[in-house]
Design a protein around this ligand. Structure first.
Ligand code: AMP
Length: 326
């Protein structure tokens, strides 16, 4: 089970940190993927663009290979039992532990005039989404590690207090470790809302991709053979590994180690491979977005599957909690 907030255009971090895993998992597991529209209200209370954003997230996931026939692909707000379980879990989540969450502190810093209770209890809602389907594996990027730890805490706390209902949800990735796709300016990660010129979006035009990659931070190159790479150069190599053939990466690694690397050439190559990667996804997204009726049917089918699963879990929850009076 996993979700993506409809708060803007999806980017390479969403693709490699999340969606590429979804697409593989759909072959191996019973999967639930959702557009986390309720989560987006904690930071984006203006809903004028919500419908367009929800449609875009649906279309972008499908263009990346997610198959709504193989998985439950739904909108969070279409599963009303989410609100019920969230209520119960909120009574088992403590103010102190919520206030310590890194993302909460970060959001308070970025948006001091909108520190709402939903923001504080974001990890509770995320735990709800996961355990509502009694999910075991959660494909997320490295930035979600702490939230997942909290989901385990809440699931265990419920089990301890009311009896075993939930399995412990674990972060899942087909690679060895969770991935953080870095931004092009060497500062932090690619993100939907911050540093947009240093983030590659699946909707970027070919020219925009080239422009962003060519502006990526580099320097005049190493002066000693086999020198360690500074972080911002390491980041560019990481991006190359994601989209360039292994021989291309190997050639530039050798050039770096022999102090003959030309970053202009490297960035041109990276830009072209990035364009080849993103352009087909972009044009497919445009086609899917044209078909509003198709998107509606996808949402309805997804909601039906998610509601069936949520209904089964909530029967167990109410019974375990003693909320069954006849
Ligand atoms: P969000 O964009 O915050 O809704 O996140 C949706 C999913 O994308 C989550 O699983 C995140 O862990 C993942 N994600 C977002 N940004 C990155 C990034 N720069 N690198 C890797 N994964 C990311």
């Amino acid at each position: 089970m996993s979700g993506i907030r409809p708060t803007g255009f999806l980017h390479l971090g969403n693709y490699f940190g999340a969606i590429s895993n979804y697409v593989k998992m759909q072959e191996d597991f019973d999967c639930f993927f959702m557009v986390a529209d309720l989560h987006s209200l904690t930071t984006h209370p203006d809903t004028a663009a919500l419908k367009a954003n929800v449609h875009r997230v649906l279309a972008e996931n499908i263009a990346c290979g997610l198959d709504p026939d193989k998985v439950a692909f739904y909108c969070q707000s279409h599963v009303h039992e989410t609100a019920e379980l969230y209520l119960y879990l909120n009574m088992m989540a403590y103010k102190g532990e919520l206030e310590k969450t890194t993302t909460f502190k970060e959001k308070v810093r970025l948006n001091p005039e909108n520190v709402n209770a939903g923001l504080l209890t974001y990890p509770v809602l995320m735990a709800t989404d996961i355990i509502l389907h009694r999910a075991k594996y959660v494909p997320v990027g490295k930035d979600q590690e702490q939230h997942l730890e909290m989901a385990r805490t809440f699931a265990n706390r419920f089990n301890h207090r009311y009896g075993d209902v939930f399995p412990e949800p674990l972060a899942f990735n087909y690679n060895q470790s969770l991935l953080k796709v870095p931004s092009l300016d060497g500062e932090g990660k690619m993100s939907k809302s911050e540093n947009q010129m240093a983030t590659l979006y699946l909707a970027d035009s070919d020219d925009m991709i080239r422009k962003k990659v060519m502006k990526a931070k580099t320097d005049s190159g190493p002066t000693e053979k086999n020198a360690p790479k500074p972080d911002y150069i390491e980041n560019i190599f990481l991006l190359m590994k994601l989209v360039c053939p292994a021989e291309t990466v190997g050639k530039f690694e050798d050039d770096y180690n022999n102090c003959v690397i030309r970053y202009g050439d490297l960035k041109k190559q990276l830009a072209e491979d990035m364009v080849n990667f993103i352009a087909p996804i972009r044009s497919q997204v445009d086609a899917i977005l044209q078909d509003e009726e198709g998107l509606k049917q996808i949402m309805l089918k997804g909601a039906e599957k998610a509601n069936t699963s949520a209904g089964e879990t909530m029967k167990l929850v109410r019974e375990a909690m003693g909320l069954n009076y006849f």
